[in-house]
Design a protein around this ligand. Structure first.
Ligand code: GTP
Ligand code: SPV
Ligand code: MN
Length: 616
């Protein structure tokens, strides 16, 4: 159970803060050990209550970490400005420290666990001096549910406590579920900014040195130096995707970077759909879609992560393990995502958006016209004439899922929902059609495995650069990516044998014309693609063959109703033989980089695609 393998050299005793009655001794021992090592001034066990949240908010307003927004305009809501160097996930500082390098695979940074433990041990020593260490037991999934997992995060950041309180079921109820033998994921976090006696704090403490380290075998996450998003809210990407992908591989289920939604068609038939798009490629927006076709209803279950596991009947069921949304602000407006705008009317923490002079928030895309004067995300004066954006491109809102007006009544069903369709999508200016259906599960896994997308501001790196992002999991896979593909194939084969794996589709809302503008209006009009997919499942649409699988046949989507003319529609499905051949070559090189670990059905998917391209 040793977390830090080296014996502790520190002799300081813990402050002796009492732990809640009934806390499992394994948690108490871990917390005690960490406290002795990181030497916080005090240890506080969080109960997840409303007064606790209010207390933390007051304290953060006093410290300048949060600014209260006007309670008339945005009740219960606050603005945080991060350190300008701590604004997104840091993939280059994210590590998978599996015992064997091969288990981390070529897509992850790997450091031997012993070496990483040594490094972390050094960094965590005294790292919380002058601060409070908060202990947060949490559940991923409805407390007590069959698919639900538990974790405990410690942090010295009250901002992270507030975020975890919204994003997870955090506190006393989760703690009560962790008993002898319950597996719980250890999540240790520090901003890495100890305070000397009398030293004044800053509003957003962090450290230039950052480590987001995962130990899949021992189900641990250690995060140092950042307080932003996925770097610090360890329940989210670190646990629910990276560690969970390792647990899922051992136990036969899938951790996926997927939104989850429920659709009811005009005939009253209900479908559940899980869709994987890379970061900042439209999950939150699709999960909150407001259909423009009469008779269709979309409800929201989750916007970022889904766990898919075989149910008692063998069919794949999914839960959203989270309890909140940590969504991209820019681009969110009445015209694009009215549901998000209605979700954000109260009790929201905004991070790195701009502030209006009357004490509200603003970001690019919220309204067509920017206010005449703003305070930008850096705290500087901003006007429409400024050359920099008012809100950081990765500025976000943190809000409870229950607050979403389209939240589905089955969003927190502990048993999850049966998944009818799985969708993969990315940001592709060229080549990839608006929508296509995989021939079968294996072809669908090929589609997902070779998914590519243009980079966004959700992580450090060059925005717009095309990269392969298999299953939209490139930054989030805690196991060897090719093993993960194999696992997807196996899980699907079992579901097929049990009466039906979900149908798999690929979408692309982001194809551009020669003028560089999006060809497809997107957002609410995406219902046209979704309706076609579900019509396919119902047997109401035939489709027609293409190198990408089945695409809509003439007349199966009323594109004019989406405001798209015939020429643009043709462009959305345009097949440029030379460009597609180059695409296939690139996919080949990508698969070859995995050598003989590539499962045969995925190689076959590419071979079939090549043959189809040759025939164009
Ligand atoms: P993460 O939270 O990083 O995982 O992002 P996400 O996948 O949830 O993406 P989100 O829905 O927040 O969208 C990211 C950006 O893409 C926002 O600026 C959206 O306005 C924009 N976007 C979303 N859907 C569409 C669409 O259908 N068409 C276009 N053109 N843009 C879209
Ligand atoms: C993403 O980048 O996919 C996010 C934001 O959802 S973060 O929680 O920072 O990973
Ligand atoms: Mn995400």
């Amino acid at each position: 159970m040793a977390i830090i393998e080296q014996p502790l050299r520190d002799t300081r005793t813990s402050t002796g803060a009492g732990h809640p009655e009934g806390a499992d001794p394994s948690i108490v021992a871990w917390v005690e050990r960490l406290a002795l090592h990181a030497t916080p001034d005090e240890v506080v066990w969080c109960d997840g209550s409303t007064p606790e949240r209010a207390r933390l908010i007051r304290q953060m307003v006093d410290a300048g970490t949060l600014e209260a927004l006007d309670p008339e305009l945005r009740p219960g809501s606050y603005l945080a400005r991060s350190d300008p160097d701590d604004v997104a996930r840091v993939e280059s500082r994210t590590f998978i420290c599996s015992a064997r390098e091969e288990d981390a695979g070529p897509t992850n940074n790997w450091v031997p666990p012993s070496a990483m433990r040594e490094t972390l041990h050094g960094l965590f020593r005294g790292a919380m001096r002058g601060r409070t260490m908060y202990v947060m037991p949490f559940a991923m999934g409805p407390v007590g549910g069959p698919l639900t997992r538990y974790g405990v995060q410690v942090t010295d950041s009250p901002y992270v406590v507030l975020s975890m309180g919204t994003m997870t079921r955090m506190g006393a109820e989760a703690l009560a579920q962790i008993g002898p033998g319950t597996e719980w994921v250890k999540c240790a976090h520090t901003v890495g900014a100890p305070l000397a006696p009398g030293q004044a704090d800053v509003p957003w403490p962090c450290n230039k040195t950052k480590y987001i380290s995962h130990f899949p075998e021992t189900r641990e996450v250690w995060s140092y130096g950042s307080a932003y998003g996925g770097n610090a809210i360890l329940a989210k990407k670190a646990f629910a995707l990276r560690i969970a992908s390792a647990i899922g591989q051992d136990e036969g289920w899938l951790a996926a970077h997927m939104l989850l939604l429920k659709v009811t068609n005009p005939r009253g038939r209900v479908f559940h759909v899980a869709a994987a798009f890379p970061s900042a490629c439209g999950k939150t927006n699709f999960a909150m879609l407001q259909p423009t076709i009469p008779g269709w209803t979309v409800e929201t279950l989750g916007d970022d992560i889904a766990w898919l596991a075989p149910g008692p009947d063998g069919r794949l069921r999914a839960i959203n393990p989270e309890a909140g949304f940590f969504g991209v602000a820019p681009g969110t407006g009445r015209g694009t995502n009215p549901v998000a705008m209605d979700t954000l009317t109260h009790d929201v923490v905004f991070t790195n958006v701009a502030r209006t002079d009357d004490g509200d928030v603003w970001w690019e895309g919220m309204t067509d016209e920017a206010p005449a004067h703003l305070t930008d995300w850096l705290g500087q004066d901003w006007t429409p004439a400024s050359s920099t954006p008012a809100a950081h491109p990765n500025s976000r809102f943190t809000v409870a899922a229950a607050q979403c007006p389209t939240i589905s009544d089955d969003w927190d069903d502990p048993a999850g929902v049966v998944v009818d369709a799985v969708i993969f999508g990315g940001r592709r200016a060229t080549n990839v059609p608006l929508v296509a259906q995989a021939r079968d599960w294996e072809h669908g896994v090929f589609m997902g495995a070779t998914l590519a997308s243009e980079r966004t501001a959700a992580a450090e790196g060059t925005v717009g650069e095309l990269r392969r992002d298999p299953l939209a999991m490139l930054p989030f896979c805690g196991v060897h990516m090719a093993d993960h593909w194999k696992h997807w194939l196996e899980v699907g084969a079992k579901a097929d044998a049990a009466g039906g794996a979900p149908a798999i589709f690929q979408v692309n809302w982001f194809r551009k014309g020669a003028d560089g503008r999006f060809l497809w209006p997107g957002f609410g009009e995406n219902i046209h693609a979704l309706a076609w997919m579900l019509d396919r499942i119902e047997g109401r649409a035939e489709g027609t063959a293409s190198p990408f699988g089945l695409i809509p046949a003439e007349g199966e989507i009323d594109h004019a109703a989406a405001g798209v003319d015939d020429a643009t529609w043709a462009e959305l499905f345009g097949l440029d033989k030379a460009a597609l051949a180059a695409e296939a070559d690139d996919a080949q090189a990508f698969l070859d980089s995995y050598g003989d670990k590539v499962p045969e059905p995925i190689r076959e998917g590419l071979a079939r695609m090549r043959a189809d391209i040759d025939e164009l």
